[in-house]
Write a protein that binds this ligand. Structure first.
Ligand code: SF4
Ligand code: SF4
Length: 331
């Protein structure tokens, strides 16, 4: 029997992610409702720059992954969980109660790949929707189209990691067979839900692809938000240099002419996390990055989703949260 949650389509009992088994004629999770991480973050920290600004989200993560990225910053839980990762059991109802108690507007699945514990994530999502919460995920995008449809029933947003346009890169550095399923899913989701895309830059490995990825995304949606993440390599790439800020910034500025909502984050003081009006160039949303991954909204001059200077409509899903959100704390 095959598992069809992701494009490995593993024939049981083999399971690339070690998270599913065949039982009584169906594919089921081995570790239902088991998680490794929960903490609170603001929307911008997800990162999500064009949806539900300044809201708080409960970030929930499990363990294991269907990929094995050589630079994975979460390798301890995503690739090598046998290192006695602490796991805890939380029923969907309990997750939602924690989110509500912490004044979160929604739940965001991250840390590991949500596809490998999808039934548990969907159970949380179903419960969250009963209580009016927003639901979304960060994902490597290697899921099947059937999985995309399952998630679309409950998920309001996706941040998909497009590591490269090259199959070779996916094979060599991410342990996946090709970029094609990820690109297919980006194309599928772009017209169906709130989508943002993240590309982790590994200096000298995929930084040359930045203009081509911008062109590809702009063809799908010229206002698509794209996060270029300055990777501080870990795991098997820990000896590599982090991307050069000036070099990548210069590429990002050029990309903004093709894809205006291109951002460059994960270093203190970056200005390339502000949203500019694509028509008049005025700064509409200001954000600050005061610590590596932490981005906070610091100002917004939009009227609804309209530029007050020239009247251009800016891509934005959901409304601003007026209450200030504290920095995330480990749960
Ligand atoms: S989700 Fe896991 S078991 Fe299922 S196809 Fe993907 S890697 Fe294989
Ligand atoms: S997809 Fe993400 S969690 Fe999985 S190995 Fe790659 S970087 Fe780590």
């Amino acid at each position: 029997m095959k598992c069809n949650y992701c494009e490995w389509r593993c024939k049981m009992p083999a399971s690339v992610c070690h998270m599913y088994q065949e039982r009584n004629g169906s594919i089921e999770e081995i570790y239902p409702n088991q998680w490794t991480t929960y903490y609170i973050t603001n929307t911008e920290g997800i990162p999500l720059f064009h949806g539900w600004p300044n809201h708080q989200f409960l970030q929930l993560g499990a363990f294991n992954c269907n990929a094995s990225c050589a630079y994975c910053i979460n390798a301890r839980v995503a690739i090598e969980p046998e290192r006695k990762t602490f796991r805890f059991q939380l029923a969907p109802e309990r997750v939602v109660k924690i989110a509500q108690k912490a004044n979160c507007s929604g739940i965001h699945f991250s840390v590991n790949e949500v596809t490998v514990n999808l039934p548990s994530a969907l159970a949380v999502a179903r419960e969250a929707k009963k209580h009016g919460l927003i639901v979304g995920c960060s994902s490597n995008g290697y899921f099947t189209k059937a999985t995309a449809d399952l998630m679309l029933e409950y998920f309001d947003f996706f941040n998909i990691s497009l590591k490269s346009l090259s199959n070779d890169y996916y094979r060599k550095h991410a342990g996946l067979k090709s970029a094609a399923p990820v690109m297919r899913n980006i194309e599928y989701l772009a017209s169906r839900t709130h989508l943002e895309v993240t590309t982790t830059v590994v200096q000298t490995v995929n930084d040359h692809e930045i203009p081509a990825i911008a062109e590809y995304l702009a063809d799908l949606d010229p206002q698509l938000p794209w996060h270029i993440f300055r990777l501080l390599p870990e795991y098997k790439m820990e000896n590599r240099q982090p991307p050069d800020i000036e070099e990548i910034s210069s590429k990002v500025k050029k990309c903004r002419k093709i894809l205006p909502n291109t951002y460059f984050s994960n270093y203190i003081g970056t200005q390339l996390i502000n949203t500019l009006c694509p028509s008049c160039g005025k700064v509409l949303i200001e954000r600050i990055c005061a610590q590596s991954c932490g981005v906070t909204l610091s100002g917004c001059s939009m009227q609804g989703n309209i530029c007050p200077h020239c009247g251009t409509a800016i891509k934005m899903t959901g409304s601003f949260c007026d209450t200030s959100c504290p920095d995330g704390e480990e749960g």
